[in-house]
Design a protein around this ligand. Structure first.
Ligand SMILES: [Zn+2]
Length: 174
C-alpha cells in the first residue's frame, strides 16, 4: 500500500490536488482471462493455483504462469507498483519452467517468451503482448518484461507517479 501521508501530514497530489491516502501497490487478475471463457466442465478439470494454470480450452491444452510486471513509482524511489498477471506459455516452455520450479538456482535459467493473458485498463489491448519471463528465486513470482512497444512497456521503463497508480486502481474497478 502506498500512502501519501509521508512525514505525517497528508500531501495533496500535484496532479489532481486530491489526497491519495492509500493506494494499492499490487493489482491484477486471479486467473488468465481465458479462465472465464472455458466451459464449467473444463474449469472443473483444470488446475488453477496462485502460480500456475493448466486448462483445456475447447479441447486444446493451454498453459499459464503468474508473474509480476513492475512499474517504478517516482514518488517512492525504493518501491514499485506491481501488475500481478498471467502469461501464456507453449507446452515446451511450460515444461522448462516446471522442470526448474523447485530448483534453488532457478533464477539462473534463461528467460522464456510468452504472451500476456490478461486485459489491463490501457487504451490499446494488453492481452497477447509479447512478454519475457525471468524466473526468480523460489518464493518470488517471475518478473515479466513487456517485449514490444506499448504504453505498458513505456510505464515499465520510465515509471509512473502516485496519481497514475490511483488512476489504474480506479480504472480496474470499473
Ligand atoms: Zn492525483
Amino acid at each position: 500500500m502506498f500512502s501519501a501521508t509521508g512525514s505525517g501530514t497528508p500531501q495533496p497530489c500535484p496532479v489532481c490536488n486530491q489526497t491519495h491516502l492509500e493506494v494499492a501497490d499490487l493489482l491484477g487478475a486471479s486467473a488468465p482471462d481465458a479462465w472465464l471463457a472455458v466451459t464449467p466442465g473444463e474449469r472443473l478439470e483444470a488446475e488453477l493455483t496462485p502460480d500456475v494454470c493448466i486448462m483445456t480450452d475447447h479441447g486444446r491444452t493451454r498453459h499459464f504462469i503468474r508473474g509480476h510486471i513492475q512499474l517504478p513509482v517516482h514518488d517512492f524511489t525504493s518501491e514499485v507498483f506491481v501488475w500481478s498477471v498471467w502469461v501464456e506459455l507453449d507446452a515446451e516452455a511450460m515444461e522448462r519452467v516446471a522442470r526448474s520450479w523447485s530448483n534453488p538456482n532457478r533464477a539462473a535459467i534463461p528467460p522464456i517468451e510468452g504472451r500476456l493473458a490478461n486485459e489491463l485498463p490501457y487504451e490499446k489491448a494488453t492481452r497477447g503482448l509479447t512478454i519475457t519471463v525471468h524466473t526468480r528465486d523460489p518464493g518470488l513470482a517471475p518478473l515479466l518484461m513487456v517485449g514490444e512497444e506499448h504504453a505498458l512497456a513505456i510505464e515499465q521503463r520510465e515509471g509512473i507517479d502516485l496519481h497514475r497508480v490511483a488512476e489504474l486502481e480506479e480504472l480496474l474497478r470499473r
